[in-house]
Write a protein that binds this ligand. Structure first.
Ligand SMILES: [Zn+2]
Length: 65
């Protein structure tokens, strides 16, 4: 992770904004993927198009909350 300086002070610390998220298939409601996101850069819920074995096709996976 890149630490950037603001007014001479390092504001970003290593691992500070990382958040673990579980992605859920929108078609069969199964949890499919785990990933990480940067809370600071990604404030919206994650949505990824992924091939899912249980559906045997590519479906939209949304962040579970
Ligand atoms: Zn599915």
């Amino acid at each position: 992770m890149i630490a950037f300086k603001k007014g001479g002070i390092i504001v970003a610390k290593k691992g500070e904004a990382r958040q673990r998220v579980t992605l859920k298939c929108t078609e069969c409601d199964n949890q499919g993927y785990r990933t990480e996101k940067n809370k600071r850069n990604t404030t919206d819920k994650l949505e990824l198009n992924k091939f899912f074995k249980k559906c045997r096709k590519t479906t939209i996976h949304k962040e579970e909350k």
